[in-house]
Structure formats: structure tokens, C-alpha cells
Design a protein around this ligand. Sequence first.
Ligand SMILES: *Cc1c(COP(=O)(O)O)cnc(C)c1O
Length: 379
Amino acid sequence: MKEATKYIHAGAHPDPSTGAIMTPIYQTSTFVQEAPGSNKGFEYARSQNPTRFALEEALAIIENGKYGLAFGSGVAATDGVIKLLQPGDEVIAGSDMYGGTYRLFSKVFEKFGIKFIYVDTTNPANIKAAVTRNTKLIWLETPTNPLMNITDIAAVAVIAKEAKALLCVDNTFASPYLQKPLDLGADIVMHSVTKYLGGHSDVIQGALVMNDKELRDQLYFIQKSCGAVPGPMDCFLVLRGIKTLHVRMQRHCENGAAIAKWLRNHPKVNKVYWPGFEDHPNHAIAKKQMKDFGGMISFELKDDSVENAKRVLSSTKIFSLAESLGGVESLINHPASMTHASIPREERIKNGLTDSLIRLSVGIEDAEDLIADLQQAIG
Ligand SMILES: *Cc1c(COP(=O)(O)O)cnc(C)c1O
């Protein structure tokens, strides 16, 4: 089946009781059994829910995976992966990644004796050098939030195999439309479904997709034992979101390219982070492993004072000042004080995330309107 057809039909089966073409919202906590031990495959909705199952099937199909698992949020999905580990195990992760992932690793899991080693993953040799016999997981985010660094997933998959460690890729920024980590050798794909998959800024959800049955069973056990499952209404909204993912992503990419190029030519803009530029340090890998370059852009102004950044952040009229990304509407964000405030300042600065960096999630509005809005805000 071709890509576009998959987004429309993945996980969609007419409802067995009525023929409803859309999977109903099974808003129920439990399922009546005919006799003890005799049920229709559904016992209790933390373990099984038909709306969630439809979504999990869709997630697997669109990531070219065999199994999908949905969670109550992106960080709950990440939490599920780390719970595969034991005290003494080591995780190699990127030094530039989503602040909430860093917070979960450093503030929640470190105290349980799991060790996290942060390296610049854009050079896979750094990962290889950090491998020890205790390395059990390599955690990659590509493109990274917010600096748009790209890591060669296939190269890291080879290192993970040699180390007998799992490779999990946070595919939130790319979405399955732009990048399919399982095809490149990853063991698990993680999503903040809240972003492009949901696509309409109306749901918090996470997901994991994998091919290995044993790994799926372990993660399903964690999903039901720890209980961070999404509600059926949220699963319905995401099933609806997925149907237009490819169409939305095409426009996100078109608008993203137009705005990145416009920003780069703006006399008051200093640096633009967008992997579509030929002189982006990882452009060749982005081109190899991604279908297009997405709608996420970060930039610095020539006057790089925090006051000037704050002035621009408060002056846009179409771009809304808000955390999150991947919705149809454009958002503007200040990573240092918003999405990445949980990373210590020295760490942030060391990785190139300055106090004046501005991040855009380019929506699917008219590109001319978006450019005009940025023009009046930058001045
Ligand atoms: C938002 C985000 C997360 C966390 O997901 P939630 O749904 O907010 O819990 C993880 N990784 C990346 C790259 C994100 O942007």
C-alpha cells in the first residue's frame, strides 16, 4: 500500500456491532463477561480498549512497524522504555534534546541507579566511545529540539547492534511522514503524539512502535502495569489526526522552507537552524534519511540580547507564543525560558542553546501571511 493510502486506512475497520466507518469512542472502563474467564478479548480498559487498539494498529502501520503502544503522553512513553532497564544499566543519550526527556532521565531515573551519559550524537563515534558492557539503551532524538541537529540513525543502529543495546529514536520532530527509524535499524520509535500525529493542539499523548514481539510484550506489560494509558476520546482524536498527516506535513515543509530562506536573508537575523540548508552541518544525512526538512526552525537575531528576543516573541500576531509544536497553527517559543527551562543554563549554553534563541513551529497557514507577521515583529 502506498504512503498516502496508509494514512487514511491504517487501523480502520468498520465497527463490528454497527458497521460505523469510524472507530467509535469506547468510553467504558470494563467489559461484561459471559462467564468467569469467558470474554470477547476485552476485560478492563487499562489493559484493552478497542479505540486504543485501532490507534495502536494505525501507529504501527504508519511507522512500518509490527506493534504500536499508545501512552498518556510522550514522556509516559519514554518512561515506559526506561522501565525496561535495571539499576546499574547505562543509557547513552544526546546532549541536545527535549528538556522534559532530560528532566525525566536526570531527576527521576538517576536516583534509581540508572546512569545516563550525554554525548554529541551527530558524530556517531562519540556514541561508540561511550559504550561499556553496561550500555543497554541508546536514546536518539533527530532532528533535535530546538537546535535541529541531525544524527545518522543507520550508523548508530550498527553501533547499538554491536553493543547489544536497544536503539530508541524520538521521532517527534520528523513524524513518520518524514522519517522511518525502524527501517533504518532502530528497535523502538517513540513519539510525542501531542505534536504532528495529533496535529491540532488538542491532545496530549505518546506512542512506541517496534517490530520485536518479545520487546512488545515487555512494553505492553509496563503499559498496563504502570497504567499510563490514553483515554479513548484522545485515541479517537489521534486516529482522526493521522488521516491528514501526509497532507499537513507537505504544507508544513513548504511553509518551513519558505520561512527559513526568508529569515536567512533578513538583515536583522544572524543564524537560522534548519536542516534544509545545504551548509547545515548535517544536511547530507538529513537528505538521506528524511523525505523533506519539516516545519521546525530556530533562529538568532543579530541583536542577541534577551530583551530583543522577548520583544519579537511578544510582537507576533499570527504566531502564538506557546510551548508545543506540530499543530496546524503557527507557534513561536523561547526555549531558554519555556520548553528547555528544565535544562541547567550552563548545559544549555554549552550545547549552543542561547538565552536569545527563538523557535518556530511553522503551521499550515498561508506562507505570505506568516512572513508578513514575522517581518512586522522583527521590524
Ligand atoms: C513534546 C516532546 C516530548 C514529550 O511529549 P509530551 O507529549 O509533551 O509528554 C518528547 N520529545 C520531543 C521531541 C517533544 O517535542
